[in-house]
Design a protein around this ligand. Structure first.
Ligand SMILES: NC(=O)c1ccc[n+]([C@@H]2O[C@H](COP(=O)([O-])OP(=O)(O)OC[C@H]3O[C@@H](n4cnc5c(N)ncnc54)[C@H](OP(=O)(O)O)[C@@H]3O)[C@@H](O)[C@H]2O)c1
Length: 259
């Protein structure tokens, strides 16, 4: 087997939140395949350890860290644990997220707060605790996973659209603050990707077939995205040779935003 340690990310330690499933799992696998040592973060140890085992079986290096990234103390401890384990941290991917359907009329205050905690506060907290380390070591990368929902209005998704728009704003603010000091900050806005989150949205909808058609109708492509499509874009953002890329908001959405 060819050594993954010779890949373009061979000197990087990447922390990926929400890496126990879907897009985050694909990013963790891809970064490990390119030589990074990867901290797989989530709450579900069974799925997290399965991702780590898959990476190890492919010749990569990863470890699972159980953490609820909406809690300040848990995130502080997480960053310390990753540094203790790998001795460095150079890439942060803020991918953990959750979508709850609803207009402002039928979204409850508790649902609103939950969507903001999981999508926005988590990205703030991991950045708050990790960026000092990236600055201290002289540079690094942050990738935020927002959504097409952060760039356009989606029907019946008020809290999610607002939260993902906040991530786009956070990306730009962090890029302005930290790019001069070597920390590149970029954002991906995926269109619909077939993951457990989307499966849940379809299954819990009153008319699942209509929901799936609505996801497809927004695209210019006759297919939805895969987690690997998003991992490819994330890899592009963190490759050391792409040093001029910061503050970017990249749509990977089958052309949804072009409509
Ligand atoms: N799928 C799409 O169509 C799509 C489109 C645009 C944007 N996105 C965004 O892409 C990201 C990933 O979505 P996905 O579809 O891959 O979702 P998914 O399969 O449901 O995975 C969500 C991940 O987030 C983690 N997570 C949720 N709450 C957490 C918490 N409090 N603390 C730690 N981890 C937490 C989950 O891990 P545990 O269960 O182990 O905690 C899981 O690994 C999200 O930000 C989503 O908004 C997805």
């Amino acid at each position: 087997m060819a050594s993954l340690a010779a890949g373009p990310l061979q000197h990087e330690v990447a922390l990926v939140t929400g890496a126990t499933s879907g897009i985050g799992e694909a990013i963790a696998r891809r970064f490990a395949a390119e030589g990074a040592r990867v901290a797989v973060v989530g709450r579900d140890a069974r799925r997290g350890n399965a991702v780590v085992a898959g990476i190890a079986a492919a010749g990569g290096c990863a470890a699972f860290f159980a953490a609820d990234v909406t809690h300040d103390a848990a995130v502080r401890d997480l960053i310390a644990d990753v540094l203790a384990r790998f001795g460095d941290l150079s890439i942060l991917v803020n991918n953990a997220g959750r979508s709850v359907p609803g207009t402002v009329v039928n979204t409850t205050a508790a649902e609103w707060e939950e969507v903001w905690r999981v999508n926005v506060s988590s990205a703030f907290l991991t950045s708050h605790h990790a960026v000092p380390r990236l600055l201290e070591r002289g540079g690094g990368c942050v990738v935020h996973i927002a959504s097409e929902a952060g760039l356009k209005g989606l029907k019946d998704r008020a809290a999610y659209c607002a939260a993902k728009a906040a991530i786009v704003g956070l990306t730009k603010a962090m890029a302005v603050d930290h790019s001069p000091h070597g920390v590149r900050v970029n954002c991906i806005c995926p269109g619909t990707v077939e993951t457990p989150m989307v499966a849940e949205l379809i299954e819990t909808h009153a008319n699942p077939a209509a929901m799936k058609d609505a996801f497809l109708e927004r695209r210019l492509t006759p297919y939805l995205g895969t987690p690997e499509d998003i991992a490819e874009a994330a890899l592009y953002m963190v490759l050391p040779r792409n040093r001029y890329l910061t503050g970017a908001v990249l749509s990977v959405d089958g052309g949804s935003l072009a409509r």
